[in-house]
Every structure is written in C-alpha cells, then in structure tokens.
Design a protein around this ligand. Structure first.
Ligand SMILES: [Zn+2]
Length: 327
C-alpha cells in the first residue's frame, strides 16, 4: 500500500433522529437536512461501533475513523496510541424537549459493571438558547442515596437538582457521576468520552414512541452518582497558551479550549490530535483538501503527526472555534 500522508480530516455528519430533536442544524448551522422529521444529534467525530465518521475528501475519502485509528496509530493519536477506538466523540445536540435526567458512570464503575464502553465525562458549549431554557446539573443541596431514592420514588427529583438558564457561549463541564439534564430550546456542542453508558433517573413522566415509559436505571444511577457533586455552574474560562486561546475545561479525559481568530493563527503541530469545530464565522484550514471554507457547525480533525497548520478567518466576523484534544 502506498504511504498516505495525513492531512486535516473532515468527516460526514452522522445524524440521529430522536423525537426530542428539531431543525436547528438547518436553521442555525446552515445544514441541508432531509425535509421531514426532527434531527436531535449530529455526530461530527465518532468511532463508536456501527456509528463511524467517514472521511469526506482527499486520498483517505471513504475511510472510517476506526480504520484511521488502526492504520495510523500514533500518527493520529500521538502519545495516546494505542487505543481500542478513537477516545473522544464530538456532537451537536438540538433539544426541543428536555432530555431525561441522567448520569454516566466513570471508567472504574463501567469496568466493574462489565460494560463494553468506558465511563463518560462530557462538556457542553451552548451555541443557542431560547429564553427561559434550562440546564439541570448537580445537586442543589447535599444528598445521600436513601434520600435520593425516596425523591425518585415520589417524583420529586427535580426539586433536588441545581438548575440555571444558560447563555450562548457558556460551557458546562459534567464529570462522570454528575446528575444532569439538557432542557428544551438549546443547541449545544458536546465533547465526551466515546461511550454510550447512560443511566436514566427520571424521564419527566413521558412515554416513548411506543406509548410506554422508557426504562429507567435507578439502581445503576444510584451507584454511579457522585454525591459530593454540588451545584454545577458554567465553567469560568481561564487564560490559554496564547492571547486568542481560552481554556474552558481541563480534565483527565480531554482539554477543551476556545479560539478567537481575528487574524490567522497556527494550530496543531504539538504532537496531539485536535478536534476543531467552528461555533462562529468561518475559516480556511491550511492543507484541507476541500475547497469550501470550514463554516459554522463544521469540524476538522488535525492528526497528531501534522505540522502546525494555519487557520485563517474568512470575512469580517471574528471566527470562534472549540479545540478539543486529549490531555
Ligand atoms: Zn450526558
């Protein structure tokens, strides 16, 4: 096989049509969607079983992310090679109904439970918020498993949870073990561990498409919850490694920065794999085989072995990007 040099990779979005979704990928992110139905999630970078991001352009067009991990190893992942799958998943979510109140296990509990996927720590960045929309995250006051079990049984869980009205630009960090729910009227970008391990604690007394309540996983959730997790407030951005960079989250699973590009800046080339997604404006990415700009809501992956590439903002508007990488 001829050697292929890695380059900035764009993937085809994978859409999930859940009932709680809407049309904001079209109205707010400029996507072309099939005419009918709600679109809940757009998976931008994903290597999760059958859900595979596929390279859109260039010599690797048609290759899945899982194949890239296997074939390019440390050229893709840097010092985080080897991995059984690409360890991060980036998606957009469009919530037109509140999502269930849920919690994710950490890696250790997922392993003890014999689950295939690892734990799930995640962070949300709000792109759009209807007035009055809500996020629930963490407990309002300290609670223990017994009181929590009683609150769930009596349908009073919501009163135990901290909630706030998020504003566009805010980021919410949700370590594994944090009880949380995304409210209606929100468009968010989510970075998370590649995992589907979700324990549903409360579903707002709703029924699923089959007219029956969706299953809850109360006992698993009670095991997974971090009872020390008090109210979760939006993350306070800290100065990053350069003046155009803010650090939103740093944890043992990922680092999330926000880049503001009024002028061209270099990115990548530090031996890490970076996921960049545009949350305002548009940019040109040096070495991108696609001729079109990388626009609002579009994502590119910079493999670890790449030299630094120039990101050039297009038009008059400052371009804003999220930059997720492994720690
Ligand atoms: Zn979650």
């Amino acid at each position: 096989m001829a050697a292929v040099t890695l380059y900035p990779l764009r993937f085809r979005p994978l859409y999930k049509q859940y009932l709680w979704g809407g049309r904001r990928f079209e109205t707010h992110l400029g996507r072309k969607l099939p005419p009918d139905g709600p679109f809940a999630e757009s998976w931008e970078v994903a290597d999760h079983g059958q859900d595979q991001s596929i390279v859109e352009a260039g010599p690797l067009a048609g290759t899945t992310l899982h194949e890239l991990v296997a074939r390019f190893g440390h050229h893709l992942l840097g010092r985080h090679h080897p991995q059984p799958r690409f360890p991060l998943l980036l998606k957009y979510l469009d919530a037109n109904q509140p999502l269930s109140v849920q919690v994710h296990p950490d890696d250790a509990l997922a392993r003890r439970m014999g689950l295939d996927d690892p734990g799930k720590t995640e962070a949300w960045c709000v792109l759009h918020a209807e007035p009055g929309s809500l996020i629930w995250a963490g407990f309002r006051e300290p609670i223990d498993p017994e009181r929590l079990r009683r609150a769930v049984a009596e349908g009073k869980l919501e009163a135990c949870l901290h909630r706030f009205s998020p504003a566009p630009g805010q980021c919410v960090f949700l370590p594994a073990g944090t009880v949380h729910a995304l409210g209606q009227g929100l468009l968010v970008a989510e970075i998370q561990q590649t995992s589907d391990n979700t324990f549903r604690l409360y579903d707002w007394n709703r029924v699923g498409p089959d007219g029956r309540p969706r299953p809850l996983h109360v006992e698993e959730a009670i095991q997974a919850i971090n009872y020390d997790q008090g109210p979760v407030q939006p993350a306070a951005p800290r100065p990053g490694e350069a003046t155009h960079i803010e650090r939103l989250v740093r944890c043992d699973k990922f680092v999330l920065d926000r880049l503001r590009l009024a002028t061209p800046q270099m990115a990548g080339g530090d031996g890490r794999c970076h996921i960049l997604t545009v949350i305002q404006g548009a940019i040109h990415v040096e070495g991108d085989p696609e001729q079109a700009p990388l626009r609002l809501g579009s994502t590119v992956l910079l493999p670890a072995a790449l030299s630094p590439v120039q990101l050039e903002p297009l038009g008059d508007e400052t371009a804003v990007l999220l930059d997720a990488c492994l720690p």
